[in-house]
Design a protein around this ligand. Structure first.
Ligand SMILES: Cc1ncc(C[n+]2csc(CCOP(=O)(O)OP(=O)(O)O)c2C)c(N)n1
Ligand SMILES: [K+]
Length: 456
């Protein structure tokens, strides 16, 4: 039932309209490609008039749709694992050398930061950390197709989206160390970044809550942009893992986005594991992409190790999302979580070390783009080594600066909830002050800006 649509760059987007015109017959499996001929072979069959299945035809042959009979959705790819273009007949990726180098450096910077910060947590200098190793191509490549006014809802493994959208090492480190330079005033646990502009909603831990929020935000943007035809229309990009897609919120969000025609691109990072749950136990269908079609949403599966494929799919998805007055799109980006889930996890308790080593050797979005750059003659081993050294130094410098920076004022534990501090909050501040003053040996207030005075 997976109907592909020709696009200029032969993206196999499963089109909502395609599905509508080549609909599911009542109680009969008909692969989409053979649909029209099957119809003509059924004299006497008539159109179904039920309001819930307007394009269906009656059939006298009873057959259940079987997922196992359907071909798996293909995975779109531009570049092979040696950094060569797969289809030589098509035009080269629509990217300048400068852009490709920026993407490469952004992926590299995130991966170097990940190695340093994971280690820092192990040394007890940071309470928690999560890396995105193996998924940098998905995050950087997709973010590169967005405008600064587009709104992002991320899960937590999307540091590359923040990096590509201008988040600096100082921004990352200030949040990780919850210091006075953090825009969130140190209120969130590490890696729960947020940014006012380019628009990035603050990450929140309860899985999948961002998905219906993204659909709602996209609806709001659509209404605002309709009222203001002079502004460039905006989309929402919403990221989540295949594990989060098992939450009810995922289904509610896709359905409301489809029925309300919301300009939102859902990007599922399918990395094979949700902490210890492998995809084999997570679902029985054809990944997450097959669900998009069920909701009437244009859907594509891409090779997440191929930054060109991700970027092209995202550009086209953005265009589709803004077409026909707004519509949702689903991208399932395939990858492998080479890291532990977080610093609180030891993944070798539930998967073999050799499986991970095998994946590391087999493919990687950073190595793949590096090979492409080298094949183009615009990057060399010496440049690579020098860049890595410089980046590591820059990470360590910002790390040291952020670690010693003051923590926000204690007052910030109360501010930004209401426009003004309320009478009740004032009482709570006084109570906190009393406790801190009564037990000075239990609470070290030296790291906090203004110390106890912050509560005055
Ligand atoms: C509602 C909810 N249930 C459970 C958790 C605990 N939890 C945190 S991350 C995670 C796995 C999520 O996997 P996935 O969405 O595939 O993303 P990935 O970590 O692979 O990037 C779980 C179960 C949570 N944070 N929220
Ligand atoms: K996952």
């Amino acid at each position: 039932m997976l109907i592909t649509r020709e696009t200029k760059m032969s993206l196999k987007i499963l089109a909502r309209n395609g599905v509508r015109s080549q609909h599911i017959s009542t109680a009969r499996i008909i692969p989409a490609r053979r649909w029209s001929s099957s119809i003509s072979q059924q004299p006497g069959s008539d159109s179904v008039r039920f309001p819930g299945a307007v394009n269906s035809k009656f059939t006298s042959k009873m057959a259940f749709l079987k997922a196992s009979d359907l071909p798996a959705i293909p995975t779109y790819r531009v570049m092979d694992s040696d950094g060569h273009q797969v289809d030589k007949a098509r035009p080269a990726p629509d990217v300048t050398n400068e852009e490709a180098l920026t993407w490469y450096k952004n992926m590299l910077s995130v991966s170097i930061m990940d190695v340093v910060m994971f280690e820092a947590q192990r040394q007890g200098r940071l309470s928690f950390y999560m890396v995105s190793a193996g998924e940098e191509g998905i995050t950087v490549g997709s973010a590169a197709a967005l405008t600064p006014d587009d709104v992002v809802f991320a899960q937590y493994r999307e540091a590359g989206v923040f990096q590509q959208r201008g988040f600096t090492l100082k921004n990352f480190m200030s949040q990780l160390f919850a210091n006075d330079n953090d825009a969130g005033r140190g209120r969130n646990m590490p890696v729960h970044y947020g940014q006012n502009y380019p628009r990035m909603h603050t990450i929140s831990s309860p899985l999948a809550t961002q998905i219906p929020q993204a659909a709602g935000a996209a609806y709001a943007l659509k209404l605002q942009d309709l009222q203001n035809p002079n502004r460039d229309p905006r989309i929402v990009a919403c990221y989540f893992g295949e594990g989060a897609a098992s939450e009810g919120d995922f289904h509610a969000a896709l359905n409301i986005a489809a029925t309300r025609s919301c300009p939102v691109v859902f990007i599922c990072r399918n990395n094979g594991y949700a902490i210890s749950t492998p995809t084999l136990e997570q679902y029985r269908g054809d990944g997450i992409a097959s669900r998009g079609v069920g909701y009437g949403i244009d859907t594509i599966r891409v090779d997440g190790n191929d930054i060109f494929a991700v970027n092209e799919a995202m550009k086209e998805a953005r265009r589709l999302a803004l077409s026909e007055g707004g519509r949702p799109v689903l991208i399932e980006a395939m990858s492998y979580r080479v890291s532990h889930h977080s610093t609180s996890d030891d993944s070798f308790a539930y998967r073999a070390r050799v499986e991970v080593e095998d994946w590391k050797r087999r493919d990687n979005p950073i190595i793949r783009l590096r090979k492409w750059l080298e094949n183009q003659g615009i990057w060399s081993e010496d440049q690579d080594k020098q860049t890595r050294d410089e980046m590591r130094k820059a990470v360590l410098k910002e790390f040291a600066a952020a670690e010693t920076e003051k923590k926000p004022s204690l007052r910030d534990a109360f501010s930004d909830v209401y426009e003004e501090i309320t009478e009740e909050q004032r009482e709570q501040m006084a109570e906190l002050k009393r406790i801190l003053e009564t037990y000075p040996d239990e609470y070290d207030l030296r790291p906090y800006k203004d110390g106890i005075k912050g509560l005055d």
